[in-house]
Write a protein that binds this ligand. Structure first.
Ligand SMILES: N[C@@H](CCC(=O)N[C@@H](CS)C(=O)NCC(=O)O)C(=O)O
Length: 393
């Protein structure tokens, strides 16, 4: 069972494209939208609206054919595992991470896409603190593995054996990080109690569900007085966590898919990380890689406009990396001082999601991020924060 479930990671890079398509369908018309998008500057490719339509239509067709081919072999398996119940079904994890040092007693499962930056943030925290956890790779098209959940994004972290439903569901990468950090500081309080502090405001924008968690960047200390950090440190940590979600993350797609060859290189990297070779036939894998690269190359250009990145998108990426390095400063190992705080783990997680891509290699060569990044890599991979977890649990 593990191998087929892992296979779904392979289609993950199409997720952004499909989300964009869904958004397209809710807009007045493609012609109006593209006219609006490019009214401020010259389009990067000189085609008419009809040409753009054809480009998108052919991408959709190619993507559809690819996904249908890939999905066909998995569908019977998914059907047998999921009954569509609201109760979280038993599911065989794609991977299990076990740490001897984890005495937390928490039974955690991370529902994720392997290369999603938000999921990488959560994994950075779990690994740094040495939590044991299971990973369930979610199919980014059908999302079958999270059928049981009303919240349809990843990451989702569940803690089994807690609460009325027999499990607790934590949504949103920043909320998950804040709850685990709060709990780590005071495990005498239950996870349930911490979860109550992160109210979710649900609304609809253009027919799509939008979730806001106003407290997502706050660590909860309740009435504790001798806090481990100062007010200024906590403010700084919150500011840069928010910057990571609102700014840094938007550098990724336009940079990773900047040119056709970089888009192809990125897809080959995703293929390696997602172990596509083991799970796809050669034809399927090549179709996914080449179609995906073409689609994401186009989408990357649209995202550059949307997020106001510079014409040379690398400049925006370098600027973001340099801003972060400057904020950490020369006197500190990490923003958190001698140990990473949640801002360090967030920035690291987001950059880690593109570690094997040319864009990040260029950022390492052209900014001073490498020293801090290597420190973080060592800290996370060696589970350097595992000791406090063991001590407090
Ligand atoms: N604010 C959320 C964002 C999560 C998010 O956008 N996840 C994407 C994957 S990278 C997703 O699940 N998209 C699916 C969808 O929007 O339907 C977080 O920090 O966890």
């Amino acid at each position: 069972m593990a191998a087929p479930i892992r296979l779904v990671a392979a289609v993950r890079p199409f997720e952004g494209f499909l989300v964009a398509l869904r958004a397209q369908s809710q807009r007045p018309s493609l012609a109006t939208q593209t006219a609006r998008s490019f009214s401020q500057g010259k389009p990067f490719w000189k085609v008419s609206n009809l040409g753009k339509k054809l480009l998108l239509a052919s991408s959709v067709t190619l993507t559809g054919v690819t996904l249908a081919t890939v999905g066909q072999s998995l569908w019977p398996l998914w059907q047998s595992v999921y009954a569509g119940s609201v109760v979280k079904p038993e599911i065989t994890p794609s991977r299990r991470v076990r740490m001897d040092t984890d005495n937390s007693g928490l039974k955690l499962t991370l529902f994720q896409f392997q290369t999603c930056p938000f999921c990488c943030k959560v994994r950075a925290l779990l690994d740094y603190y040495g939590f044991s956890y299971d990973i369930v790779e979610v199919n980014s098209v059908t999302k079958k593995q999270i059928n049981w959940s009303k919240y349809k994004k990843v990451p989702i972290l569940t803690a089994d054996g807690i609460g009325e439903d027999g499990f607790l569901q934590l949504n949103d990468s920043s909320v998950i990080m804040s709850i685990l950090e709060s709990w780590r500081h005071n495990p005498q309080q239950s996870l349930e109690k911490y979860l109550e502090c992160y109210v979710c405001i649900e609304s609809e924008e253009k027919g799509k569900k939008v979730y806001d968690f106003p407290n997502r960047y706050f660590i909860m200390f309740f009435d504790r007085t001798n806090l481990p950090t100062t007010v200024e440190q906590r403010q700084e940590e919150r500011k840069w966590r928010k910057w990571t979600d609102d700014h840094l993350v938007h550098m990724l797609s336009p940079n990773v898919y900047r040119t056709p060859s970089e888009a192809l290189q990125a897809f080959n990297y995703f293929s390696k990380v997602g172990e596509w070779e083991q799970n796809f036939s050669t034809v399927e894998r090549l179709v996914v890689i080449y179609t995906g690269a073409a689609v994401m190359y186009v989408l990357g250009k649209l995202l550059r406009k949307k997020y106001n990145l510079k014409d040379d998108v690398r400049e925006s990426l370098y600027e973001a990396c340099s801003d972060w390095v400057k904020a950490v400063g020369k006197k500190r190992m990490f923003m958190g001082g001698d140990q990473p705080n949640l801002a360090d783990l967030s920035v690291y997680g987001v950059l880690n999601s593109i570690e094997g891509c040319q864009a990040f290699q260029d950022a390492r060569n052209n900014t001073n991020i490498d020293v801090w990044y290597k420190r973080m890599q060592t800290a996370v991979k060696s589970h350097a924060g595992a000791h406090p977890l063991q001590k407090t649990a």
